[in-house]
Design a binder for this molecule. Structure first.
Ligand code: PLP
Length: 383
């Protein structure tokens, strides 16, 4: 009964650990979970109020597939002002960030074409590529190179079948940030080889220590071959709103629009009014949340420093740490071991690709108290 293409797709490794943690909790265990990539803050009140108001005003009907015009305009303005992407609202499609990735790959990658993507990387890139009939080509990244995607490493993987380079900065699962030089080098490769770039920038605002986020679509002549993805989930604690966006050049915009029209139509109308408030009203809640993430990052680093069996460079953005562990277990075994011994849930690094083996992903989008208790338990279990 099942289509053959589904056999190409693995179950999500992050979901597996999350579900196991849920099961243990149901059995009465006091599991501390570092698995989910979801801010633990409530959505700021003014955003919720804007969506409620939209509902009260009867904003419950269909919109254009590309989204609410005022929201598209606000997204284009912010992308121009903050990331120097030379776009306007006609380049913007409002869509959940994950769907943005999915529909971009569906609209651009042919059967047998190759997509160069970071390894380790967020768990959904490879399955989306496989569903489109494409082939994921992992570019190995290492702790020694701050988990950055280096242009030289990408250049070695380009073949006549390469269609796309997929980037994610700040990155899930490593918290790495691409430098301006990395971005320039990759932009040159994309232009030289006539490739599409998919740049997933959903963590663009969660950047620490004065580091800068760079959008590749801002590089000369890059908008015409780049789809930039970002969204509200991580920046505004709006994961359940399923609202984000993509910015695409006209021909790709048209192709993606077809996928959007024939799949989700558009993002929920009143959610888009909430998203509009997020975009145009006070950014103070964002500053507060980013500051809190930075403090938690510092706390995680301090506590990891007290665990001799774990080794971690300082993540520069997002809300993940990606320590290496000592010993002979593989990362899935280590994650299960810590679940049993410490009642702490983390994701084994291999869930994000072969280069993640020997590491654990810690999502610190949880309270400082949980971080303290959880990492103390890990220290005791490993000791
Ligand atoms: C790198 C990356 N891109 C995209 C997404 C999807 O975001 P959303 O939930 O807004 O669709 C996630 C979510 O975890 C992510 O980590």
């Amino acid at each position: 009964m099942i289509a053959e293409r589904i056999a190409r797709v693995k179950e999500s490794g992050t979901m597996k650990m999350k579900e196991l943690a849920g099961q243990k909790k149901a059995e009465g265990k006091k599991i501390i979970s570092f698995t989910v990539g979801e801010p633990d803050f409530d959505t700021p009140k003014h955003i919720v109020e804007a969506a409620k108001k939209a509902l009260d005003e009867g904003k419950t009907r269909y919109l254009n597939a590309a989204g609410l015009p005022e929201l598209r305009e606000a997204i284009a303005n912010a992308s121009k002002a903050e990331n120097a992407i030379p776009c306007d609202s006609s380049n913007v499609i409002v869509t959940p960030s994950k769907h943005a990735m999915f529909e971009t790959i569906m609209a651009t990658v042919n059967e047998g074409e190759e997509v160069i993507m970071p390894d380790p990387a967020w768990v959904s890139y490879e399955p989306a590529t496989a569903l489109a009939g494409g082939r994921a080509v992992p570019v190995k990244t290492t702790a020694e190179n701050e988990w950055r995607v280096l242009p030289d490493a990408v250049a070695e993987l380009i073949t006549p079948k390469t269609k796309m380079i997929l980037l994610n900065s700040p990155s899930n699962p490593c918290g790495s940030i691409a430098t301006k030089e990395d971005i320039e080098g990759i932009a040159d490769l994309a232009k030289d080889h006539n490739l599409v770039v998919l740049s997933d920038e959903v963590y663009e605002k969660i950047v620490f220590d004065g580091n800068k986020h760079h959008s590749i679509a801002a590089e000369p002549d890059m908008l015409e071959r780049t789809v930039t993805i970002s969204g509200f989930s991580k920046t505004y604690a709006m994961t359940g709103w399923r609202t984000g966006w993509l910015i695409a050049p006209k021909p790709i915009f048209k192709a993606i629009s077809k996928v959007q029209q024939h799949s989700i139509t558009h993002v929920t109308t009143f959610a888009q009014y909430g998203a509009l408030a997020a975009m145009v009203e006070s950014q103070e809640p964002v500053n507060m949340m980013v500051k809190e993430f930075e403090e938690r990052r510092n706390l995680v680093m301090e506590l990891l420093g007290e665990i001799p069996q774990l080794h971690c460079d300082v993540p520069k953005g997002a809300f993940y740490a990606f320590p290496k562990f000592d010993g002979t277990m593989n990362s899935e075994q280590m994650a299960l071991h810590l679940m049993e011994k410490a009642e702490v849930a983390m994701t084994g690094g291999s869930a994000f690709g072969a280069s993640g083996e020997g590491h654990l992903r810690i999502s610190y989008a949880t309270s400082k108290e949980n971080i303290k208790t959880g990492l103390e338990r890990v220290k005791a279990a490993l000791g």
